[in-house]
Design a protein around this ligand. Sequence first.
Ligand code: KG4
Ligand code: ZN
Length: 361
Amino acid sequence: MTLVLGIETSCDETALAVLQDRQVLAEAMASQVAAHALFGGVVPELASREHLRCLGPLLDGLLAQAGVALADLDAVAVARGPGLLGSLLVGVSLAKGLALASGAALVGVNHLEAHLLAPALDADIPFPALGLLVSGGHTQLALMRSATDFEVIGRTLDDAAGEAFDKAAKSLNLPYPGGKVMDDLAGLAEPDPGLFPRAYVANDNLDFSFSGLKTALAQYVAAHPILRLPVLADPASMNPASLPEDLARVCASYNLAVAETLRIKVERALDRAPVRGQVRGLVAAGGVAANSMLRRTLAGVAERRGLPLLLPPPRLCTDNGVMVALAGRFLFEAGLTHGQDLEAIPRGRAVPRDFLPVVRA
Ligand code: KG4
Ligand code: ZN
């Protein structure tokens, strides 16, 4: 039985969870979406301050709810990157203090790997698996050899899939973060497959680039200004009946373009080494994995290829503490832990495998 505390502060969610093996004993989360919505995107300085303000009270509530004392913990797992450096430092500092005070092991978790492991809460991931991570900050394809051994085989060259949604929504004056809003609106209309391009697929690689798609939408909106809401919509009072005609079709077509772009690269990865013939499952995770069109598209790929598709439930697609605790549990059980010199890794730098030497009994 392994008891792990998970700490997530890499972007704009302050999230904690206590996991006993696969059972979530308690979860706590303070979302900063409202604080950043005013600016139409995450403001790093504000994010760090909010983490610092929220973490202490959240932790007290969490431990009480779980009925767990610090001294009971086997490991304190923390998302150590990639992410916003100032935000990560808040979580990593707390994790170091708690590990010192409790005697639990300190485990630094790669935030991207944690996303891809989220489906393991409910099901065994059949390794090796192909993982598609699509979040607000990242788009990656990874060969998941095991729960602790990932090889990145494709990445985004510019915007992440979630950013492509958020920036498109911004150009329409839809509320931030726009992915969920565009997904909901898309459900009201049929997509026009020819409206937007499949971005960056006429090449031979597994990388992604969504800037062309974002520009295509911006140009379409410039040519059809009626689509753009007069003022930034308030999510609480948005009434689909009062929205510009055709907005839903534009959202559906954009949704389709993103989902098809991702499908093309996933299928390409499945067709070539080191994935071809090797993988036993397809995993998708990250905020955009909550997208209904993408979920349907990937289900089609998995069915045609005879592979199981593993998706986290929508609440575990966006940043959360459970995925960090779960990834930390896999590392801890494999003997992979960190010392007090654990570094936070900003976005753009590879997360090192700098574990303490494994001590074998
Ligand atoms: O995984 P996440 O919390 O971000 C990072 O860790 O970077 O995901 C947030 C992203 C946002 O860009 C949001 O717009 C997008 O996920 N998102 C969606 C949906 N729900 C959230 N995008 C498309 N469709 C959705 N249903
Ligand atoms: Zn994330």
